[in-house]
Ligand binder design. Structure first.
Ligand SMILES: Nc1ncnc2c1ncn2[C@@H]1O[C@H](COP(=O)(O)OP(=O)(O)OP(=O)(O)O)[C@@H](O)[C@H]1O
Length: 295
């Protein structure tokens, strides 16, 4: 299968599943042969959804990402691992332009979502974030009811629809429905930490994004809640493209299809099938990191 992206319009109200290649609005990009992409693997059978090409990021004069080129396949889990400060979160925030909110941040290079550079001047970051949802390290439900938390994104986007149905489906997909279906009017803050994080996942998927970014989503949770989130992430990858930052090597090995290893200096050292990275990495530095010799 080719690794082509299909360019789409971020300013429009385009919905998932509209990627009809015969649509006149669509442009098809050529392959980027030098891209770092998982080799000879099941991931090769999937289309690229996010492609970074020579992405560099600075905070003021300090460079946080150094010439990142990679392709993320759709409907899979991609893990970003590496020592503290190597730029994993910065890369994640490039994908939905959350770095725009940091005054000192400057991004150079090309980062495409289905072939469209998200940094083009005609891209509306709010429309982009509708397609690229995000879940953070600390569960951060709003001081609102469980129901209102889930529909929050839909309301601010002025999106219509059967909210009751969307709430039920989103909470079911987030594996929380059975625990909260009889108390949707209660505050989201009254839930346990693990439940709050699943509520935040339900909130992120309610607008039906294509990509779900997760920045250490289980690091604040106990082992049982962590295990629930891990199971959930694997299920979500059937419908969404999940990109997760994690410090937990076992977690990356358990739940991801491919793993990107960033090392100090904001460098992407290796990106490949998770099994290859953990069993037989090409780079000695990656092997040293994976086996705990540093980091
Ligand atoms: N808002 C910011 N302002 C200035 N510098 C920042 C900012 N955010 C991150 N940095 C710097 O950019 C570099 C990369 O940080 P980033 O948070 O992306 O790394 P990380 O790999 O996700 O780290 P961790 O695993 O500790 O979360 C670090 O040197 C960090 O200090």
């Amino acid at each position: 299968m080719s690794q082509e992206d299909t360019e789409t319009d971020f300013g429009s109200t385009r919905e998932r599943g509209d990627e009809d290649p015969t649509n006149d609005d669509m442009l098809v990009e050529t392959d980027i042969s030098e891209s770092v992409s998982p080799s000879e693997s099941q991931t090769h059978r999937r289309n690229t959804i996010v492609r970074a090409e020579n992405v560099n990021v600075w905070y003021g004069d300090d460079q946080a990402l150094n010439d990142i080129t990679m392709e993320i396949p759709e409907n899979s889990v991609t893990a970003m691992v590496g020592p503290s400060g190597c730029g994993k979160s910065t890369f994640l925030r490039c994908i939905n332009r959350m770095n725009d909110l940091i005054d000192s941040a400057r991004v150079e290079g090309k980062l495409t979502l289905r072939g469209k550079n998200v940094y083009d001047s005609d891209v509306d970051p709010v429309a982009l974030r509708r397609r690229v949802g995000m879940v953070f390290q600390e569960p951060n439900p709003f001081p609102k009811s469980i129901y209102d938390n889930v529909v929050y994104g839909l309301e601010i986007q002025g999106k219509g629809g059967d909210y009751d149905e969307i709430v039920e489906q989103s909470l079911k997909r987030a594996a929380l429905w059975d625990e909260v279906k009889d108390r949707l009017d209660e505050s989201g803050l009254e839930l346990s930490g693990g439940q709050q994080q699943r509520l935040c996942i339900a909130r992120a998927i309610a607008p039906d994004p294509e990509v779900l970014l997760m920045d250490e989503p289980a690091s604040a949770l106990d082992p049982v809640a962590t295990s629930q989130i891990e199971d959930l992430i694997e299920e979500l990858a059937e419908d969404y493209t999940v990109v997760i930052v994690t410090h937990n090597m076992q977690q990356a090995a358990r739940i991801s299809d491919q793993t990107a290893v960033f090392l100090t200096g904001g460098e992407l050292v290796e990106f490949d099938d998770t099994q290859k990275i953990f069993e037989n990495p090409d780079s000695q530095r990656v092997e040293d990191y994976i086996t705990g010799k540093f980091g």
